[in-house]
Design a binder for this molecule. Structure first.
Ligand code: BMX
Length: 285
């Protein structure tokens, strides 16, 4: 009764053997952004070889939008997935078991609702990672929305219309943090920028407060639209040391009725794995 879960993000792919809420085994490989879905699935599949015969279904939780088992990018800058890739069909053929696929942040939202920081609540999950993704659980149900679109907050149009960014996440996510650091002459990834801020480097501190200001406005807009009991924050940046405090500080001047309640993802980077496995087991969506 174990499930093979593949969590394909813009930067890394996780493969895991999951039973209930327990991750029995886990492997991580980089997502080669220049490659294609078959390559990403193969890379994860090689890791899963060690678990052959121990799972009876496979679930993919992927960056991008999934509708009717087909996978596409909304923001190709986060990961350039070819339009309408037949993900569920390929997984069935590759692993010879029934397959289900859904968006990574929707899976993580469900994981945090079932076993993490959002239990019993009307909740929104937001991941700040390579992109900015989201998932919505209302009344105990994962809202997938028409065409699987629900929760794609990072894709929102930035205002004003002449913004330098096509999607709001293009000015918030890990890709922006690294690109902005490079523009300022620091060849670091997002993690490196957080480390530099931790050492008290003023440029990194300034960059991250701009980032937190933008991210907090997105969270405040989510609160306006959905007014969940809680917004659970995850993702590589979302879970970085002190990041939640940065968001809280940026939200301090927001009137209380409009201010989101933020909590860190209790399952950490495993929220998507656990949520995806649960969905496969319960056929909850
Ligand atoms: C983007 C979008 C979402 C995804 C989110 C976080 C693409 C390829 N992805 O908004 O579907 O949930 O990024 O993705 O359009 P991650 O790769 O940062 O986990």
């Amino acid at each position: 009764e174990s499930v093979l879960v593949l969590d394909v993000g813009g930067t890394k792919t996780l493969a895991a053997l999951v039973r209930g809420a327990e991750v029995l085994a886990e492997a991580r490989v980089p997502t080669d952004a220049t490659a294609s879905p078959d390559v990403w699935i193969d890379a994860a599949g090689r890791e899963a070889q060690a678990w052959a015969g121990r799972f009876d279904r496979v679930v993919a939780a992927v960056t991008g939008i999934v509708a009717d088992g087909r996978w596409s990018a909304l923001n190709p800058g986060t990961l350039a997935i070819p339009d309408g890739f037949p993900l569920e069909e390929r997984l069935r053929t590759r692993f010879c078991v029934p397959a289900v696929a859904l968006n990574d942040a929707q899976a993580a939202a469900w994981g945090e609702y079932r076993h993490g920081a959002g239990q019993g609540a009307d909740m929104v999950f937001v991941t700040v990672s390579t992109g900015v993704g989201g998932g919505i659980v209302l009344g105990g149900r994962l809202v997938r929305g028409r065409g699987g679109l629900a929760g794609h907050f990072g894709i929102a149009y930035p205002l004003p219309e002449d913004s330098a960014f096509a999607h709001v996440e293009d000015g918030i996510a890990g890709r922006w943090v690294a690109a902005e650091a490079a523009r300022e002459g620091h060849g670091l990834d997002a993690r490196g920028v957080f480390e530099a801020a931790g050492r008290g480097e003023a440029w990194a501190e300034a960059l991250l407060s701009r980032q937190a200001h933008r991210a907090s406005r997105l969270l405040a807009n989510i609160q306006l639209a959905i007014a969940p009991d809680v917004i659970v924050v995850g993702g590589g940046i979302g879970l970085a040391d002190g990041y939640l405090a940065r968001l809280e500080a940026a939200l301090a001047s927001t009137p209380p009725v409009r201010r989101p309640r933020l909590v860190a993802a209790a399952l950490g980077t495993r929220a998507g794995l656990v949520g995806a496995a649960d969905i496969a087991k319960q056929d909850a969506v």
